[in-house]
Design a protein around this ligand. Structure first.
Ligand SMILES: Cc1cc2nc3c(=O)[nH]c(=O)nc-3n(C[C@H](O)[C@H](O)[C@H](O)COP(=O)(O)O)c2cc1C
Length: 182
């Protein structure tokens, strides 16, 4: 069985999660390919894969346009395959209310895209202050401060729970191999 993992990522956390999922399921599959959504739009078809995992970060309450385009382009194929979706955000690192916001944002995106993945989840991303330009750093500091989050802009923060990532990866594998429901 072969898996294709597609991600969109601006500062690298969603990409890092995509590669960790690939590593977690790699030895159980015949092949695992990880691709940026931009490059994946050039694929002729998905016929070489039987399992697709899509990952997108949240920016300004929205998920990736590239991932939305990928879903639109391959909708017919995706409907017949085992699929999973993961959303990466700062909200997913917060309290129950913020996590609920991240889940609502993901569900809205999937509903508008007309995509019902076999499995879906939210992952906490990061706040890599040192990688932002000055303006973005100040804006993110202000937003994080209002939400009671980390505001020391001399540091990069990574909130991703890697055990959660690995358990999601293994559950995706189970769904693909046993035709399990979400
Ligand atoms: C300009 C900007 C806007 C963001 N907007 C949101 C948002 O609306 N909701 C949220 O939960 N996180 C937001 N984030 C946090 C990102 O989702 C988080 O940093 C994520 O890890 C980014 O993934 P990436 O490194 O793969 O690009 C924002 C980050 C930046 C820099």
């Amino acid at each position: 069985m072969s898996t294709l993992i597609i991600y969109s990522s601006k500062y690298g956390q969603t990409e890092k999660i995509a590669w960790r999922i690939a590593k977690a399921i790699g030895h159980e599959r015949d092949s695992v390919k990880v691709m940026n959504a931009r490059d994946a739009l050039d694929l002729e078809s998905l016929s070489a894969f039987d399992h697709i995992i899509l990952g997108s970060p949240i920016y300004a309450h929205r998920h990736s346009k590239q991932i939305a385009k990928f879903i639109k382009r391959f909708r017919d194929s995706l409907e017949t395959m085992d699929t999973a979706f993961f959303s990466v955000s700062a909200s997913a690192a917060g309290g129950e209310e913020q996590k609920a916001d991240a889940t609502t944002c993901m569900d809205k995106f999937l509903s508008i895209a007309g995509f019902e993945p076999t499995r879906k989840t939210i992952f906490a991303g990061g706040l890599p202050y040192r990688r932002y330009n000055w303006l973005t750093r100040m804006v993110m500091k202000w937003i994080a401060g209002r939400a009671g989050g980390d505001t020391d802009t001399s540091q990069n923060y990574e909130y991703t729970d890697w055990d959660h990532v690995e358990s999601f990866a293994l559950r995706c594998l189970g769904a693909a191999e046993h035709g399990e429901a979400a």
